[in-house]
Write a protein that binds this ligand. Structure first.
Ligand SMILES: Cc1cc2nc3c(=O)[nH]c(=O)nc-3n(C[C@H](O)[C@H](O)[C@H](O)COP(=O)(O)O)c2cc1C
Length: 212
């Protein structure tokens, strides 16, 4: 194993450093965030810094990069207070990745990539039709992070669409069955494979495996 100091890391080329640091926090969920502005112009972008914040109320957070770098999702959410999060599967991964390109505000990534906007009664923002697990959120709070000009966007889940076959008797949603992908860094994508599930851990008791 090789030891690196911050001083050494700082001396690296910025792309090499970005890839390295972006990888070590580990595998992440990766999804497409669908939004509209106040004139109903749709926008779609891929995000991987998405995190569960709590189950009751059901809150999800995501990190938006500095406004200059990733402007449209953030400004649309500020305008319309709503957005959808859509899982990504292998059959449209290339299109999903392409949404990270810097398209102009008036250009919709749906049109540019060929992904299909799905408009419903329950959400002002479009879902992605190709996605098998999707949910809609209402904005709760946008917290600016002073250290690096990023934003923690906090949303409350309002509607969820999940294939019934993936829902286990205890409520666990087996995302492997849905074919949802995971990501690493900003350009690596992974299929998943369940190792084990365990019962609730208690002090001084050996963990027991749950049946699949
Ligand atoms: C795999 C992957 C993950 C990404 N994750 C994020 C993220 O979590 N937050 C972010 O602000 N940008 C992320 N990006 C970059 C955005 O997709 C990109 O800046 C996009 O152009 C933003 O579009 P918008 O301005 O339409 O919101 C990611 C890009 C890729 C390829």
């Amino acid at each position: 194993m090789r030891h690196f100091t911050l001083q050494e890391v700082k001396s690296w080329d910025r792309f090499y450093r970005g890839n390295f640091i972006n990888s070590i926090s580990g595998f992440k969920s990766v999804s497409l965030i669908g939004t509209v502005d106040s004139n109903n112009n749709a926008n779609l972008a891929i995000f991987s810094n998405i995190v569960h914040l709590g189950a009751d109320p059901a809150l999800i957070g995501f990190i938006n990069r500095p406004r200059e770098a990733s402007p449209h999702t953030l400004s649309n959410i500020e305008e319309t207070k709503t957005y959808t999060i859509n899982h990504i599967h292998a059959d449209f991964l290339d299109k999903a990745h392409q949404t990270s390109a810097k398209y102009k505000k008036e250009e919709s990534e749906f049109d540019k990539t060929g992904l299909t906007p799905l408009w419903t009664e329950d959400s002002k923002a479009p879902y992605v039709k190709e996605s098998s697990l999707r949910y809609a959120l209402d904005l709760q709070e946008i917290i600016p992070l002073k250290q690096n000009d990023t934003f923690l966007v906090v949303g409350a889940i309002k509607h969820i669409y999940v294939p019934i076959v993936a829902i286990q008797p205890d409520g666990f949603v087996d995302l492997e069955k849905v074919g949802s992908l995971a990501s690493l860094g900003i350009d690596g994508y992974y299929k998943t494979s369940l190792l084990k599930r365990y019962s609730y851990a208690r002090p001084n008791q050996d963990p027991t495996e749950l049946p699949n």
